[in-house]
Design a protein around this ligand. Sequence first.
Ligand code: MGD
Ligand code: MGD
Ligand code: MO
Length: 763
Amino acid sequence: MARAPRDAPDSEQLTVGPPQTHSVGLPAVANAMAYALEGMGPARTLKVLSHLNQKDGLDCMSCAWPDPGHTGRAEFCENGARAVTWEANPLTVPTTFWAEHPVTDLLERSEYWLGQQGRLVEPVHKPAGSDHYVPISWADAFALVADRLRGLDSPDQAAFYTSGRTANETAFVYQLFVRAFGTNNLPDCSNMCHESTGAAMGETLGIGKSTIAYDDFAQADLIIVMGQNPGTNHPRMLTALEAAKRNGAAIVTVNPLPEAGLRRYKNPQTVRGVLGRGTELADQFVQIRSGGDMALLQWVSKRVLEAEDRHPGTVLDHEFLAEHTLGLDALRTHLGVLDEQEVLAATGLTIAEMDELADRYLAADRVIITWAMGITQHRKGVDTIKEIVNLLLLRGNIGRPGAGASPIRGHSNVQGDRTMGIWERMPETFLEALAAEFSFAPPRRHGLDSVGSIQAMQRGEIKVWFALGGNLVAAISDTAAAEAAMRGTELTVQVSTKLNRSHAVTGAEALILPTLGRTDVDLQASGPQFVSVEDTVCAVHATHGPLSPPSDTLLSEISIVTRLARAVLGDDGPVDWAGFERDYDAIRASISRVVPGFEDFNERIRVKGGFVLPNGPRDSRTFPTATGKAMITVNELVPVECPPGRLILQTIRSHDQFNTTIYSLNDRYRGIRHGRDVVFVNPDDLLDLGLADGDRVDVFSEWRDEPDRELRDLRVVAYPTSRGCAAAYFPEANALVPLSSTAIGSNTPASKAVVVRLERRAR
Ligand SMILES: Nc1nc2c(c(=O)[nH]1)N[C@H]1C(S)=C(S)[C@@H](COP(=O)(O)OP(=O)(O)OC[C@H]3O[C@@H](n4cnc5c(=O)[nH]c(N)nc54)[C@H](O)[C@@H]3O)O[C@H]1N2
Ligand SMILES: Nc1nc2c(c(=O)[nH]1)N[C@H]1C(S)=C(S)[C@@H](COP(=O)(O)OP(=O)(O)OC[C@H]3O[C@@H](n4cnc5c(=O)[nH]c(N)nc54)[C@H](O)[C@@H]3O)O[C@H]1N2
Ligand SMILES: [Mo]
């Protein structure tokens, strides 16, 4: 099976140095400016960076971290500047490219190379049986997709993917089109990301979103950062952590890796940060074994209950528990028999380390727990998040200033897309509101998620794959299986800003529809348009593209979706698609009647800084669960199984990538340069395995009785990760993640827990 080559040509140059202990500071700002200037030139750089994350400006697409309430100062990070530059670089893919590069040639190119080719500016079509994309007119492209969709036996033979950069207005018209067409097959990147969060919080708190506001960080006494690498993936979060720290908060990080940003942070916005040693952020680093978080959380909760037994009436928040929760007694019984040996084995920690965390939790009045992929992408990810909720509920750490449960989301609008209906299982209340607004009957049968879509392709049930952004074949597990499945479809359509692997691995017939990006001015018949996004703490605000688009042939995503809807469904239906395209206010008017919390959307989105969505647990300790109470749950501890001689491999992001987009082959904070083909292993494990730093190995993943998956020729890097654990870079290491190894209850690929065997290559 052909596979994306992993590296650009200089991979022979791979060097490994010591990991860094601090992050950000001057080098990062200098890097950001250098990228921007080199990529965009001075005029575009000034325009973009002065708008970035400012009120009424351009929302950075690099993560869903919120914008603080103030204005005026520079509010971007190195990686944000890079993400923006990647899109706003004026280089475009020329028409001659398609004749020079058949699909078989694109298949030989790395993600890095594909991303370097520039912005896509013309629609192209690869006819069935042909090895070449050729330019096609927009009208013909829409007619072609409409023809193939209308030719299906059932609307469920098509699936419509969304990546989390899609804005609210776009997501709303897109899901409307898909449901009007007749299916709930709306897989999205969230299925691979925070789906476990939504499942766990939905069941226990009644809402799958953060229960804190931005200002809560500054008021917390204790912030526990679990399974998250903010120094690379949410760099602006470090500023909030630093501020909390200055106000006296303690910070604990729980991670198998000693990530740079969580140790010393040099704030590039302050003189002390730039010139000094920076702030030591973490008061305690809990170096947990992969997948051990659930056991750790149960241990801490057990300690809290024991403290209450010793000092009755003083430890638990009895009033809160009685009024707002159910399930305390069952938890007490369950944790009463928690097996110490099992906890020690699962966490790899000492009792002293776990008790230190418990003492910190007990001493703190206001506690926030944040988490990301190190928690969600595990077989027991959903249950682990339920244990986070349990621990917080015990002392009433939800719905109070400075306290709460805060998933930190990834893509800049992945949360808003869900709010707008991008979900294969939207609740009945939403579908009813949609039906009332547009006078049609949305389908009720649940659709396919991301893993489910690949499995449906394997069964031959999906004929048309339509993707609004993203790069599914690279982002989903088991690359070989996913690529084979995608090739079995009849038509694949990618709406994209830039080339990626998903343009090379296609159905029999394929289309690439290029689109405006977030940095581009979006001009429609009624004038320039803006769109909106929702950040990780539920604040909604507008984003305006400040730059002239790379080509005037480009269409906005909303133009593409509405024109496609007209081509497929005609113009006499109940939806005024043309009106939506002409003026996005018309879309917002409909959203205000369909989506709770968006009343008077058009007025409120024009207020500088936007507005914050209502949130029952945060605002009033109301919990819209099935029982109307916050649910304390009992979750069975199941340790991550790892047979002798094997390691638990996690797949992570380098500092120089955004998901499947590779900006450079460096990972500065971890000491890696000019290459990505590495596997990080604890030196003691290397000894046990008879391996050494610098060895070349083939990596095999073992899952049930399936044949091994393999990734060949990685360089072993001795690295201070937890014992028994290893790490390699996503997306390359997706070759190793079994498709059916997913989190129980959310179906999110367990891409942080792959059982692997390392075999030394002959020299
Ligand atoms: N620059 C940049 N920014 C990004 C992205 C990007 O690729 N580049 N991606 C965006 C997206 S979509 C997302 S979802 C976020 C992702 O943000 P993160 O979740 O920070 O991303 P990962 O690289 O997957 O890092 C997972 C972290 O969890 C730790 N971890 C792994 N297993 C465990 C475990 O069992 N227990 C604990 N406690 N920790 C564990 C890892 O060591 C690592 O530090 O970032 C967003 N922002
Ligand atoms: N093994 C492993 N797998 C993972 C993860 C992991 O940690 N480990 N993380 C998972 C996570 S958290 C996520 S969120 C997914 C990400 O999965 P995806 O969202 O599918 O992947 P991205 O790499 O973010 O998509 C990048 C592509 O989006 C397109 N694009 C960029 N901007 C725009 C735009 O404005 N409009 C349009 N239409 N297209 C645009 C570009 O063509 C670019 O190549 O991957 C998941 N996969
Ligand atoms: Mo994500």
